[in-house]
Design a protein around this ligand. Structure first.
Ligand SMILES: [Zn+2]
Ligand SMILES: [Zn+2]
Length: 456
């Protein structure tokens, strides 16, 4: 009897797939995370592996690369990457990781039947397998960072609020043209969210404020698209040998975090190599969905965006802050990408709603939500599948999750100050119509938000 291994955090997905696979005569092993899946693959050498691209603790790309790098079984099991997103770039990532097939969820019964045909040698796989050697990733350690930051009410300061590309100029002076970077000071910790071009201003501010006093900082990377990392080589604090900078993030679709961050500093792109930065810099790849930076609890969630992109929730003693810089809400995306049959469309919408509810649970009750609202509703219609959301969905999600303050974030490079102001006003009128108390603002460079500690 052939064996299939199913790796997916989502129990509902596992249940339906397991039942279909068993009906097809396969023995089925199940795992809710990639690490457990890897152990099962090594112990049982399954013939077919279906693994979610964003499986926790070891994503599908990582697991596929690992297995393909083994000298013996299960290195040649048929490997199928499954995904909630289905972005073109991820299909390419699947090919590069060495996967045989790529299935977009919700997986319908006829999708699985077609897959099993290929598995049994009838029909040919749609992805070419290109085996790659496995990459070693260092294990996570409990992050802690402390330093010269006093305890007190948590502070959020925006240094870069633009998506995709820096856009300096007279039409963006109010909201700013720098790409993603947000500073959080809470419970004695200095936490930086992403290293877009805005991080340059943060570095200059830290140098002026602390005047050589050694700093310990934690930089959380959401993902490694240019607009979230391109400021790092210009971060002044990384050039001070007395400073400690811990960079935390998840391995991406194509390569490890370290190689992505350092390759943007290789010649001929940049004159100083990553290894030459004088600051004490460590890069750690995260596996756990929950960890601590000093006393600040950090929770993570994978977002709907090409590649591997995570959102962070920081639970501080003065309230929670959630940072979801790039995200395309599933419901609307699935509505546009559903199949032209009533039953399939209904299944797509049910699945999308369930995924969005997970996100709502993740941000529930936060004081501050920083959320991708790159487009207005009309613009979104022509940008479905680009990995970003619209202001209407951002407001609806925040209201549904009882968020106190929503900051529209990741402004489109084509939006001038007037347009962003209009979008924030639109969001506020939408809130009024919903009869909610949510406060909506557009994030702008230099804006500071102080969280008041909740009464004990
Ligand atoms: Zn982005
Ligand atoms: Zn991105």
């Amino acid at each position: 009897m052939k064996t299939a291994l199913l790796i997916d955090e989502d129990r509902v997905v596992r249940e339906s797939l397991t039942s279909w696979l068993r009906q097809a005569g396969l023995a089925v092993l199940e795992a809710a995370d990639g690490e457990t899946g890897r152990a099962l693959a090594l112990a049982h050498q399954p013939d077919l592996i279906l693994c979610d691209q964003l499986a926790p603790r070891c994503n599908g790309f990582q697991l596929c690369r690992f297995l393909r790098g083994l000298p013996e079984p299960p290195s040649r099991a048929m490997f199928v990457l499954t995904t909630s997103g289905g972005y073109g770039v991820d299909r390419q990532g699947a090919v590069e990781a060495g996967a045989d097939e790529y299935l977009v969820k919700p997986i319908l019964e006829h999708d699985l039947a077609r897959l099993l045909e290929i598995f049994r040698g009838h029909g040919s796989a749609t992805l070419a397998a290109l085996p790659r050697p496995a990459k070693k990733s260092p294990g996570p350690s409990a992050p802690d960072a402390g330093g010269a930051i006093p305890s007190g009410p948590a502070l959020v300061r925006f240094w870069g609020v633009r998506g995709s590309l820096p856009t300096p100029g007279p039409s963006t002076v109010h909201y700013g043209g720098n790409t993603s970077c947000v500073e959080v000071r809470a419970d004695g910790q200095l936490i930086i969210l992403d290293a877009g071009t805005g991080i340059r201003g943060l570095g200059l501010k830290l140098a002026a404020e602390f005047k050589g006093v050694p700093l310990a900082m934690t930089l959380l990377i959401s993902h490694t698209h240019w607009d979230h990392i391109q400021g790092l080589p210009f971060f002044d604090a990384a050039y001070n040998p007395a400073n400690k900078l811990r960079i935390l993030g998840y391995e991406g679709a194509q390569a490890g975090l370290h190689s992505v961050l350092s390759s943007q500093m290789e010649s001929p792109y940049f004159p100083v190599g990553f290894q030459q930065l004088p600051g004490h810099i460590t890069i750690e790849e995260l596996k756990d969905a929950v960890f601590f930076i000093g006393p600040v609890e950090v929770k993570t969630i994978f977002l709907n965006h090409p590649g591997v992109c995570v959102g962070y929730r920081l639970n501080t003693s003065s309230g929670a802050i959630a940072y979801l810089p790039d995200n395309e809400p599933y419901q609307r995306y699935k509505f546009h990408t559903g199949q032209p049959e009533v039953a399939s469309t209904a299944e797509f919408l049910r699945y999308g709603r369930r995924m969005d509810e997970r996100l709502a649970d993740f941000i529930r009750g936060v004081e501050v939500l920083i959320l991708d609202s790159q487009y207005d509703l009309n613009e979104y219609q022509t940008r479905v599948g680009w990995g970003h959301g619209c202001v209407d969905d951002a407001v609806a999600l925040a209201a549904q999750a009882n968020v106190k303050r929503l900051f529209l974030f990741h402004h489109d490079p084509s939006h001038d100050d007037e347009k962003i102001t209009q979008m924030a006003q639109w969001g506020r009128s939408f809130v009024a119509t919903l009869n909610e108390s949510l406060q909506v603002d557009a994030a702008r460079e230099g804006l500071e938000v102080v969280l008041q500690p909740s009464p004990k």
